[in-house]
Design a protein. Structure first.
Length: 230
């Protein structure tokens, strides 16, 4: 996530107050939240930005370098409570053996002791520096791209093609709205906009996933193998 490291380091320095570091960190995850997020949730979800700041504070209120503070926040947040549980569910469901060498106890212990310059090269904007050196040593670096490769979908195109229609269909008589989780006024304000900015599209796709999950596991009116049709 070198793009995030670059942005965070451009927004902060060693004298930046803790709360500003937290805000800068959140601004590096701008696709994961919307400016009026506190209006998105209803009474059953007591969303609070202050609570978010308090959860993140230990990651930035310490003597670690700025880069290591960012790593710590990513590790204690998205990795432990999003990526690992999510992947585990997929693997368990499909009965796959889960092997993640980079997440082994030994490698995590080693990586926490490495100096910053072996993790991220600020001049070249290059991450995983030590792994890059190992690849070079064994002549394997030509097989690996320098840029981060992910599976990011162009959610705005998806929204225009069929995502908006799916959201309008399933959120029209939404169970998560009916049962007090999500604010209907927030949904109504944006759902008719064909040209939503990406972060709002992402939020709606998250609501769609929540709605489908809710109908499968809570109200039990849908089957997990049912195809989404409109």
């Amino acid at each position: 996530y070198t793009f995030r490291y670059e942005k965070f380091l451009s927004l902060t320095n060693d004298s930046t107050p803790v709360n500003e570091r937290i805000q800068s960190y959140l601004n590096c995850h701008e696709r994961d939240w919307v400016p009026d997020q506190e209006k998105l949730f209803n009474k059953k979800i007591q969303f609070s930005w202050n609570e978010i700041f308090q959860l993140l504070k230990p990651n930035f209120d310490n003597k670690l370098s700025l880069l290591n503070q960012l790593y710590l926040a990513d590790f204690n947040g998205k990795l432990l409570f999003n990526m690992i549980p999510l992947y585990r569910k997929f693997h368990d469901h499909f009965k796959l053996k889960y092997v993640a060498p980079i997440l082994s106890d030994k490698l995590i212990s080693l990586s926490t002791q490495l100096p910053d310059n072996l993790k991220y090269d600020q001049d070249k904007k290059l991450g995983k520096v030590l792994l890059q050196k190992i690849l070079q040593k064994y002549g394997m670096d030509t097989f690996v791209t320098k840029e981060k490769q992910g599976f990011s979908v162009n959610t705005q195109n998806l929204w225009k093609r069929y995502g908006q229609k799916l959201c309008m269909y399933f959120l029209d008589e939404s169970r998560i709205i009916r049962d007090g989780w999500i604010n209907s006024e927030w949904v109504s304000k944006y759902i008719g906009n064909k040209d939503l900015e990406a972060r709002y599209v992402n939020k709606f796709l998250g609501l769609l996933a929540f709605e489908i999950w809710y109908r499968i596991f809570i109200t039990k009116e849908m089957s997990y193998d049912e195809k989404l049709k409109i």
